[in-house]
Design a protein around this ligand. Structure first.
Ligand SMILES: Nc1nc2c(ncn2[C@@H]2O[C@H](COP(=O)(O)OP(=O)(O)O)[C@@H](O)[C@H]2O)c(=O)[nH]1
Ligand SMILES: [Mg+2]
Length: 368
């Protein structure tokens, strides 16, 4: 692992140098502001910002012309550390730094602390929050579009622009749209399939079929069959590639085929491979929506994304908005994974508690 320190006049410049030298994968380990006294007697003090950044492997990017180092002797400070040692030290370093110190060294103004703190309390990733504020401070003077707006309004507008939403389903004439919900057990897939079936079959009068891809538990289909009968929507159970392909064929006259899957834990990548094989040989395009509960933590969400990455999910569908306490991780998720939101669910009632995803809703959840 490569560890390096970077010095600059302010946080934004230091971060820029980290990016130039180590690339976008660099991990920010610590930031601190260093005060020095060029003229002690006159009581004169200046400060600069030091960022310690790490990279698991050697950088592969070609950096642009490097900027002139502020203090060259201090800049070239690097060392190798074993992984295990590193993991023990990192939380310690983090805990030693007060949040407000970091905010100040990030160039935040006194009046911005409350808003910055609010974002952090909502779970917005600290580095994202710092970047948002430096963008806010640099853009505001430059463009007239923010005139007369409060900082909260500007910030929420910027954040809203970073959130992509892509629902409802785009149905095509002549062939069924196949949508599969994948994700960990308990995230709300089966309930959401029932809600979606009701939306399209009952409210929009579309021809809908439900397929339960029952790879693990025999009997997972019962819950759906009850809903299917109520809505007059056929519910099928399919196991394995051939069976799935046949079932899709059988319902080729439908407008929409919703596929429920019986997910395993977020650790099991073999399961995703199996699903990918089944979808690939289905004879049609399967649009996959990763179903995640908003009550899960950032780290669990990220791990789940890597477990299902083999499926290259087209959208993310967040459930349990009614149970969420903080919503910053919706923003973190969108920025990190660039996966558009399709639908949100906010309650257990079928079919009412589902809505098409909208970025304004995420912003209200974070700010109101
Ligand atoms: N509060 C709340 N509970 C939900 C929501 N969606 C699903 N659930 C509940 O979460 C639990 C697991 O749902 P289920 O659809 O069986 O998850 P699956 O394992 O992914 O199929 C059930 O008790 C559902 O009623 C939601 O939006 N809000
Ligand atoms: Mg289920």
């Amino acid at each position: 692992m490569l560890v390096k320190k970077f010095l600059a006049d302010n946080y934004a410049d230091a971060l820029e140098r980290v990016k130039q030298e180590l690339g976008a994968d660099a991990l920010i380990v610590s930031t601190r502001s260093i005060k020095f006294h060029p003229d002690e007697e006159a009581g004169d003090t200046s400060s600069c910002v030091e960022i310690t950044a790490a990279l698991e492997r050697e950088p592969v990017i070609e950096s642009d012309k490097p900027k002139k180092p502020l203090i060259p002797e201090l800049e070239e400070f690097s060392m190798d550390m074993s992984r295990s040692g590193w993991e023990q030290i990192q939380p310690l370093i983090q805990s030693l730094m007060a949040k407000t110190d970091r905010a100040r060294s990030a160039g935040l103004k006194e009046g911005q602390m409350d808003l910055f703190g609010h974002l952090l309390r909502q779970g917005v990733n600290e580095e994202f929050a710092v970047r948002l504020f430096s963008l806010l401070n640099s853009e505001r003077g430059r463009s007239g579009q923010f005139e007369g707006k409060t900082e909260k309004e500007i910030l929420s507008r910027m954040m809203k622009a970073m959130l992509k939403c892509h629902g409802p389903f785009e149905l095509k004439k002549g062939k069924p749209k196949i949508v599969a919900l994948v994700g960990p057990t308990g995230s709300g897939k089966t309930t959401t399939v029932a809600k979606l079936a009701a939306q399209y079959a009952l409210l929009q009068n579309k021809k809908v079929a439900i397929v339960s891809l029952d790879t693990f538990r025999v009997g997972a289909v019962e819950q759906l069959q009850a809903y299917g009968e109520l809505m007059d929507v056929p519910v099928e159970s399919a196991q394995g590639r051939l069976d799935f392909r046949k079932t899709i064929q059988k319902h080729r006259d439908k407008d929409l085929i919703l596929v429920d899957t019986t997910g395993k834990s977020h650790r099991d990548t073999e399961y995703s491979l199996e699903l990918a094989a089944i979808f690939n040989s289905s004879g049609g395009d399967v649009e996959t929506h990763l179903v995640l509960s908003v009550t899960a933590q950032d780290e669990v969400l990220n791990r789940t994304v890597s477990q299902f990455s083999i499926l290259k999910p087209d959208r993310v569908l967040f459930t349990k908005l009614d149970e969420g306490v903080t919503f910053g991780h919706l923003f973190n998720f969108a920025v990190r994974h660039r996966m558009p939101f399709s639908y949100f669910t906010a309650g257990q009632r079928v079919p009412e508690d589902i809505e098409t995803a909208a970025s304004g809703r995420v912003i209200r959840l974070i700010f109101d």
